[in-house]
Design a binder for this molecule. Structure first.
Ligand SMILES: *Cc1c(COP(=O)(O)O)cnc(C)c1O
Length: 432
């Protein structure tokens, strides 16, 4: 049993992704290599998009959180699937602009956007600038004034919700670098200020309570908290806001221990909660935006490495080293994140060994996992790390001057490069 539904084993005993033999992919493109199943990505986008139609009358938008995995092809696919995107930097904006991504379907986040970024976003016509703090509100107003336009914005709120996930990926509690707190009063101050500023049109609120959240109830709770606040704003300011952006953070299967609630159930429950709550508060039904990132691309990707050195330290542990590591997957080093691993060329064999998987960098913490159940490894075997489609490529680095691996998409039994592997020339391109 695999963590991702597009993985299987063929007659050679090799792992396949989207029907393509991963051992052949490793041979054709070399390792390390990221491989993603395009149909699976599209299905996930459609699942979220259709759930808004099914449970909420289509009164909303899915904005793929592109920090999970961004490149021109991903923005093309999101555009083709008729969903929006969520971006957090000028680099993501620039990439989206390269494929003429519709500006009215871009949410622009970030707790410290620069003048240059805000200007570029407003000039491109981004209609959902998510303003994070009071200083930024002034800056956006000033830039919009200079451009002679009205900036359409959402205000980011911290609803004071503590979702059960890793500390570094929690964002909804009061002590967070993101957003305006409802409890401490700066959210209301932001609303009053936004209403008063001449070049700002406040459309609604955004909140994002964290990531890799496996249950639905914290999301429904966040929706209630923000709706209460919308009612309070209506009462105090006579101004009813129409957009409720509930962020992303839906969890996925990294290992079989994770048990995320199904995504379809998410919109069902959130719609029910929002309908009940708006009725109770006498509000209009808001336009809902959701921002799944990890759940769209995470399960659709794998990473292939080649096994090199194997070192057994009797009484301690066995190290199996691969030709990548923290440079292409920093999540174990950063958060202690667990993954499911297997040897792609021995996928039909039992996992009869327990090893520590080590990367190639000059850093003892450069590990992919410890206490990992794996088939008995030999030099030249192909290691597959499952569910690496999110926050792996986008967090990759050139530490130790290691080249970033390429990304290959598979579809209909064929593979194609969507991001080229870096070359040695690329590494020195910007050196003087
Ligand atoms: C990271 C992020 C997301 C996506 O989170 P996932 O856990 O990948 O779904 C959505 N919205 C905002 C504002 C984010 O920062």
């Amino acid at each position: 049993m695999f963590v991702s539904k597009d993985l299987a084993v063929n007659e050679k005993g090799h792992l396949t992704i989207g029907g393509v033999d991963t051992v052949d992919l490793a041979k054709e493109y070399g390792t390390p290599l990221y491989v993603m199943d395009e149909d699976y990505i599209r299905q996930n986008m459609a699942l979220f998009r259709d759930s808004i139609d099914k449970y909420y009358g289509g009164n909303g938008l899915v904005c793929y959180a592109s920090k999970a995995f961004a490149c021109k092809e991903m923005y093309r696919i999101a555009k083709d699937e008729n969903i929006g995107v969520d971006i957090v930097s000028i680099g993501e904006l620039y990439t989206a602009m390269q494929v003429d991504f519709p500006a009215d379907k871009i949410c622009y986040h970030g707790n410290n956007k620069t003048r240059r970024e805000i200007t570029m976003a407003l000039e491109y016509g981004v209609e959902k600038l998510v303003v994070d703090n009071l200083m930024e509100l002034d800056l956006v107003n000033e830039i919009a004034g200079q451009l002679g336009i009205t900036a359409k914005i959402l205000l980011r709120l911290t609803p004071g919700i503590d979702a059960h996930t890793h500390d570094f990926i929690k964002t909804g509690k009061i002590d967070s670098k993101f957003g305006l707190t409802i409890q401490l009063g700066d959210a209301m101050e932001g609303v009053k200020k936004a209403i008063a500023l001449p070049h700002i049109q406040l459309l609604g609120f955004h909140c994002h309570i964290g990531s890799q959240i496996l249950e639905i109830s914290p999301f429904a709770h966040a929706a209630e908290v923000v709706l209460d606040f919308i009612a309070q704003v209506k009462k105090e300011c006579g101004y009813e806001l129409s957009i409720l952006n509930l962020g992303g953070g839906f969890g996925i299967h990294y290992t079989l221990e994770d048990d995320p609630d199904p995504y379809d159930a998410y919109m069902e429950q959130v719609s029910r909660t929002v309908k009940a709550k708006t009725q109770e508060l006498g509000l209009k039904l808001p336009y809902i935006i959701i921002e799944p990132g990890r759940s769209i691309v995470g399960p659709a990707g794998i990473t292939l490495h080649t096994v090199g050195g194997i070192k057994n330290i009797p009484g301690y542990r066995k190290y199996v080293s691969v030709d990548g590591g923290m440079t292409d997957n920093i999540r174990y080093a950063l958060y202690g994140s667990k993954y499911d691993f297997l040897l792609a060329n021995k996928a039909d064999q039992p996992k009869d060994d327990v090893v520590t998987l080590a990367g190639r960098c000059c850093e003892s913490g450069d590990l992919l996992g410890e206490g990992v159940q794996l088939q008995t490894a030999q030099v030249g075997d192909i290691l597959c790390t499952c569910a690496t489609g999110a926050y792996n490529y986008t967090m990759s680095s050139n530490y130790n001057r290691v080249c970033t691996p390429g990304v290959v998409f598979v579809k209909g039994g064929e593979s194609r490069v969507v991001i080229k592997a870096q070359t040695l020339e690329d590494l020195v391109r910007n050196d003087i």
